[in-house]
Every structure is written in structure tokens, then in C-alpha cells.
Design a protein around this ligand. Structure first.
Ligand SMILES: Cc1cc2nc3c(=O)[nH]c(=O)nc-3n(C[C@H](O)[C@H](O)[C@H](O)COP(=O)(O)OP(=O)(O)OC[C@H]3O[C@@H](n4cnc5c(N)ncnc54)[C@H](O)[C@@H]3O)c2cc1C
Length: 414
């Protein structure tokens, strides 16, 4: 019997799932629904576009032909407004009901709004879609001063965009360091210095109390909780994502700041799977529930979900995710879950070389490398194999770390 698969979301998770479904089930009906007006593009590269370093064309990954060639029915500009698990249907904004045998929910997140006065004023940007990037690029090219809010991996992209356009800026952070849950002050200081060199001034113990606007409703000033005022005609906000679970709220599908799935990407409804940023998945390496916000992880989850939609419980998601930043003269990479764990170690080997590992139950669960990425594959291998190594921190932190220098007793996990 011909199976019908419906995928909500044409990001990297949804799109790679569609590709895998076609490979695994050549006769199936496959529909991919997205509210965006363009087929899959490289979300990672939209920052380079916004900087003015890349034209539009290389950002696109799939033309609409790609879907036609695979007999995948792509519905652009189509918002799914309801899911009915009992009836096995989804409903679109224009009232169309589409039936499925198996559904993939890969809807990602939407940038969180700053809950302060005037946060929706003209000149204030959030950053998730190619459309956002086009607006940012158009605006930043004519901006004079900027404020960026959100001391994480997306906030720094916005800061780098202002820097690349020679717009002087303030980067307002609530704590005393950039990405303080993953980096110590010593590690973060390398990033702070690199920002300062590019005319972006980190401001600590700050944030935004409210924005002021001119008579036309365009932002002019960010006022922080200390009462300090920062003039800005361009504001970028990246304080996190609200996961797009609202259309599952009236169903029995378990959600908890995302959609809860097992290691096979299956939700609490056996015919509904989820993949990508939206999932709270069972991380088999960590041994607990986790969430990833990274391209490679979303792609792999889409692939694994599709395999299990065709052959239930055939392949588990086992993955060490990584995320790199390429804005500076030195490389930066975080992997795994650097903000989790019960133990840690860090070392600084030179002015712009720093590393940190996070451990849980003696095993590496994540880390951050600045300046020298050469040990990354060794640390990731130890993490993937769930080796107990926290008792050998001095060896792990050696500048020329080698796995052979460790005393390893336990056999690798399968
Ligand atoms: C500027 C930027 C830079 C980044 N840089 C990096 C990086 O360097 N490295 C890295 O690993 N990751 C990076 N990421 C994160 C990475 O892009 C994401 O982890 C990844 O794209 C998630 O893919 P996804 O398919 O799960 O979700 P998304 O890409 O968010 O796709 C979800 C899609 O579903 C659509 N959708 C949602 N609800 C509905 C609905 N009801 N009906 C129809 N369609 C719907 C959305 O519009 C969207 O198109 C970056 C992200 C951004 C925004």
C-alpha cells in the first residue's frame, strides 16, 4: 500500500527527511509544507549575506526543481494551522486538509521577542530567515550606530554583521562575559578583545529596560536597567528561540519547550515524528533528554527520523554536534553540550588559544575550543565512546594532547 508522508517545515531537518524518505520508499507520496516563500537555503550562511560578503545565489541549496525531480510535492507559503492526530490530517491556513500516514514535525523555532517597551519598533531586527537577513543587510549598510542584545551564538553573528559594515556598536550583555554558560571570563575575554578590535564594545551587567523611538516609531535609543542610554539606529536582538509547538498544544503529543522524542525521533504519538531544533530528544550519549540548535544535528535527525518512519526503530540518533564561529582571525568551535555537566576543566595556552571541557559522571559531554581546533576530533571521539576521563584532566589539557597518553580502561560503547 502506498504510504503518505507529510513533513511540516522545509529547513535542513525537513528537507533531509524528504530526501531520505524518497530513497527509502520510492513509491511513497511525500508532501513538504513550509510557510516560507523559498525552498531550502543555507541558514548558516545568511549571516555572510547580511555582512555583505556573499551574494544571494550561493545561499540557496535547493531549487524547486530538486523537489520535482524527486516527485516531492513542495508547498511554499503554506502555514500549517492544525494537526489532528486521531484523524491523521493537518490543516493549512487556507483550510485545506491533508491526510498523512506518518507525519514529520520539523518546524524549528521563532526568535524570542524582548519583553520590553518598543521592542517591535522600526529598526529593531530579529534574525532567523533569509528575509530577515535581507532586511538586516539593507538597513545596516546605511546605519550609523548599533546595539546588539543576546550574549550567545546568534547574538555574536549580529555583532559581526555590524562590525563588517563598519558600524560602531555596543553589545549589551546581562552577565560579565559572552556565552557565560559555556565559557569562563578568561575564555570569553578572547572574544571580547576581538569584538573591541572591530569597534564593537561589550557592555557587561547590562541588557535592555526599554527602547526609545522618534515620532515615526523608529528606534533611537536603548536604555539599560542601570539607566545607561545607548544611541542606536540599528538594533539586533538574539535572546533565544520560542519553539514552534503551538499547533500541537491541543493534541496529546508530549511537548516540553520543544517536542519530546525518543532516540528514534518518534513522539508520544506513534505516527508522528519530529526532527531538528524543535526536538527534546533522548540523547543516548548523555543518557538524558537534550536539545541541539545546530545544522549538522538537525540534518542527521531528519535523516534518522525518515528511516524510522519507513522502518520503525531501525536506527537511533547518536551524534556529537558541533558549531563553529568564523568571524574572527582565530577559529572557534563548540561541540556536544558545553553548558551541561557536573565537572569541568579549562586551560589557556596563549593569548588567543583557550579550551574547556565539560564532564558528566567523568565523561566528556561537551567543550569549547578557541584558537586551536586540532584536538577536536580526539575529544569528540572520547565523548562518542563515553570514556571516563575526568580523572586525567592534566593530560586532556596538554597543548599537544594525544589519546594515547590517556590511561583508558573501559571498552568503547557500541
Ligand atoms: C543566522 C543563523 C546562523 C546560524 N549559524 C549556525 C552555525 O554556524 N552552525 C550551526 O550548526 N548552526 C547554525 N545555525 C542554526 C541552524 O541553522 C539551525 O540549527 C538549523 O537550521 C535548524 O534546522 P531545522 O530544520 O530544525 O529548523 P528551521 O531551519 O528553523 O526550519 C523550520 C522551518 O519550518 C517552518 N515552519 C514553522 N512552523 C511552520 C508551520 N506551522 N507551517 C509551515 N511551516 C512552518 C519555518 O518557517 C522554517 O522554515 C544558525 C542559525 C541562524 C538563524
Amino acid at each position: 500500500m502506498t504510504q503518505s508522508y507529510v513533513i511540516i517545515g522545509d529547513g535542513i531537518a525537513g528537507s533531509s527527511a524528504a530526501e531520505t524518505l524518497r530513497e527509502e520508499d520510492p513509491d511513497a507520496d511525500i508532501i513538504v509544507i513550509t510557510d516560507e516563500g523559498e525552498a531550502l537555503y543555507n541558514r548558516i550562511l545568511i549571516k555572510e549575506f547580511a555582512k555583505g560578503k556573499l551574494p544571494e545565489a550561493p545561499i540557496s541549496i535547493h531549487e524547486e526543481d530538486w523537489y520535482d525531480e524527486r516527485d516531492i510535492d513542495l508547498r511554499l507559503n503554506t502555514l500549517v494551522v492544525d494537526v489532528d492526530p486521531d484523524g491523521h490530517t493537518v490543516t493549512t491556513h487556507d483550510g485545506e486538509e491533508i491526510s498523512y500516514d506518518k507525519l514529520l514535525y520539523s518546524t524549528g523555532g521563532t526568535p524570542t521577542q524582548l519583553p520590553v517597551d518598543n521592542s517591535d519598533a522600526d529598526g529593531i531586527h530579529h534574525f532567523w530567515t533569509f528575509q530577515d537577513a535581507r532586511k538586516i543587510r539593507e538597513h545596516i549598510e546605511r546605519a550609523d550606530s548599533s546595539v546588539v542584545v543576546g550574549a550567545g551564538l546568534l547574538g555574536i553573528d549580529l555583532a559581526a554583521i555590524t562590525a563588517a559594515n563598519d558600524v560602531e556598536g555596543k553589545y549589551l550583555m546581562r552577565g560579565n562575559a559572552w556565552w557565560r554558560y559555556a565559557l569562563s571570563e578568561e575564555g570569553a575575554e578572547i572574544i571580547h578583545d576581538a569584538l573591541r578590535e572591530r569597534n564593537v564594545e561589550p557592555v557587561f551587567e547590562s541588557g535592555v529596560d526599554h527602547f526609545e523611538t522618534d515620532d515615526e516609531g523608529t528606534v533611537t535609543t536603548a536604555v539599560d536597567p542601570n539607566g545607561d542610554r545607548y544611541d542606536a539606529d540599528f538594533v539586533g536582538i538574539a535572546i533565544g528561540l520560542d519553539f514552534n509547538t503551538e499547533i500541537l498544544q491541543d493534541t496529546d503529543v508530549e511537548c516540553d519547550n520543544g517536542v519530546v522524542v525518543d532516540e528514534y525521533m518518534q513522539t508520544s504519538d506513534e505516527d508522528i515524528y519530529a526532527a531538528g531544533d524543535i526536538t527534546q530528544f533522548h540523547d543516548v550519549i548523555l543518557g538524558e533528554r537534550a536539545q541541539n540548535g545546530a545544522w549538522g544535528s538537525a540534518k542527521e535527525q531528519g535523516t534518522i527520523a525518515a528511516k524510522n518512519m519507513v522502518n520503525p526503530q531501525s536506527e537511533e540518533f547518536r551524534w556529537v554536534s558541533s558549531y563553529s564561529i568564523t568571524h574572527f582571525d582565530f577559529p572557534f568551535l563548540s561541540f556536544g553540550h558545553p553548558t551541561l555537566g557536573d565537572d569541568e576543566v579549562e586551560a589557556k595556552h596563549s593569548e588567543d588559544e583557550w579550551r574547556r571541557l565539560a564532564f558528566k559522571d567523568g565523561k566528556i559531554v561537551g567543550g569549547v575550543l578557541i584558537g586551536d581546533l586540532s584536538p577536536q576530533s580526539k575529544y569528540k571521539k572520547l565523548m562518542r565512546e563515553e570514556r571516563v576521563v575526568a580523572d586525567q584532566k592534566d593530560v586532556l589539557m596538554r597543548e599537544q594532547f594525544d589519546i594515547d597518553d590517556l590511561e583508558l580502561e573501559e571498552a568503547p560503547a557500541e
